[in-house]
Design a protein around this ligand. Structure first.
Ligand code: ATP
Ligand code: MG
Length: 351
């Protein structure tokens, strides 16, 4: 087997990553269908709550969307008197069941009550549609906006890395919070943590710590007791922020895998994009398993950017983390071999 120089491999592998990711972006047609679905659902929900708006969040709104990804929708109600999220989930569920062709599954008692919808594949819609509607989940809209801003500071590197890791984690079957691995949102936070706090010089600034351009009041920065302020003037940032880090997307990805295989302190550390590396002890997030509880929590700790008492990775089990780290190591090994054709490495990674 022939190896090529580190530099040449990084150059070719970067090009492969760009080419690979571009063909996985949603088509204009898909985006149009999704927008039509959003409008239709909004119109129906307004028959129950006339002052409501249905907004998209998650990947459809943050620039990290892949072809056929599901839609995350959030219903905001602008009137003073409104029904509880649980009642809304039940009522909207009944309504959509009656009025649309969607398969409807209301989950009124989830941590965040949602209505799950799906459409079966059809000729014009080869993969169907999957969609979750939540209510008054304003924090999710804000964290979506935060991720979008990070994506827009350096799209070639940040978006390429995130999109690739999303595909990779899905292909390697480690993107499933229901079975003990990590959500896409969790992987995105790991990437941003790496680019803000691990890389030196950093690739991205810490948007939550930058100084505002004008003084702002506490009312403006807080939502349900959470500080949601961050620097969001992206035009200005793109003019002013020039990272001293010039590594290519391939070099960053190689280093990402290496860092999360061997260097991140899984046992004691918490990754926080707001505050850098924190300790589980200080956050009171020691693994409950170790305290004798049968439920496993806090094996992997990633602090939510705004809801800082919430561990985004709380569903990751011991086995799940073992599998995820095993995959980071496998990826690291493949890339360390630097095969002559970079495309071979990419194919192996996503096998
Ligand atoms: P995909 O394309 O795989 O659906 P996505 O970018 O939409 O990826 P999801 O994991 O579906 O990511 O998350 C969508 C949104 O839901 C996130 O932007 C976040 O607001 C919220 N979210 C998801 N998982 C969590 C979580 N564990 N904790 C808090 N919020 C979450
Ligand atoms: Mg999603």
């Amino acid at each position: 087997r022939k190896h090529v120089s580190r530099q040449r491999f990084a150059q070719e592998f970067s090009q492969c990553l760009y080419d690979f990711v571009i063909q996985l972006l949603p088509t204009a047609e898909e985006l149009a269908v999704k927008e039509d679905v959003r409008k239709l659902l909004e119109r129906l929900i307004r028959t129950i709550e006339p002052d409501s708006r249905l907004l998209s969040f998650g990947s459809t709104a943050n620039g990290f969307s892949l072809r056929n990804s599901d839609m995350d929708l959030c219903c905001l109600i602008d009137s003073e008197e409104r029904l509880s999220a649980t009642d809304l989930v039940n009522m909207v569920g009944d309504l959509l069941e009656r009025e649309t062709k969607f398969h409807v599954k209301p989950l009124p008692h989830a941590r965040i009550p949602i209505v799950k919808l799906s459409l079966d594949p059809a000729p014009g819609l080869p993969y169907g549609i999957a969609c979750d509607i939540g209510f008054e989940n304003r924090l999710a809209l804000e964290n979506t906006r935060l991720l979008m801003c990070y994506a827009m500071i350096d799209p070639p590197r940040v978006r390429t890395m995130v999109l690739f890791l999303k595909v990779w984690s899905k292909r390697r079957k480690i993107n499933s919070p229901y079975t003990g691995t990590l959500s896409s949102y969790g992987y995105v936070l790991l990437v941003i943590y790496f680019l803000v706090h691990v890389k030196s010089p950093p690739v991205l600034p810490n948007l939550q710590l930058m100084q505002p351009l004008r003084p702002i009041s506490k009312e403006e920065t807080h939502l349900n007791g959470h500080n949601i302020w961050f620097f969001d003037d992206i035009e200005l940032l793109r003019q002013r922020w020039k990272s001293a880090n010039t590594e290519s997307v391939a070099e960053l990805l190689i280093d990402f895998y290496k860092f999360y295989s061997r260097e991140f302190q899984y046992t004691h550390g918490v990754a926080s994009i707001r505050a850098g590396l924190l300790s589980k002890e200080v956050k009171g997030w020691e693994s409950e398993f170790e305290k004798g509880s049968p439920r496993e929590r806090n094996r992997l700790c990633i602090e939510d950017p705004f809801e800082i008492d919430y561990n985004v990775a709380r569903c990751v089990t011991r086995d799940g983390l073992y599998t995820i780290r095993g995959e980071f190591m496998r990826a690291s090994r493949i890339l360390a071999l630097r095969p002559e054709r970079a495309i071979v490495a990419l194919a192996q990674l996503c096998e």
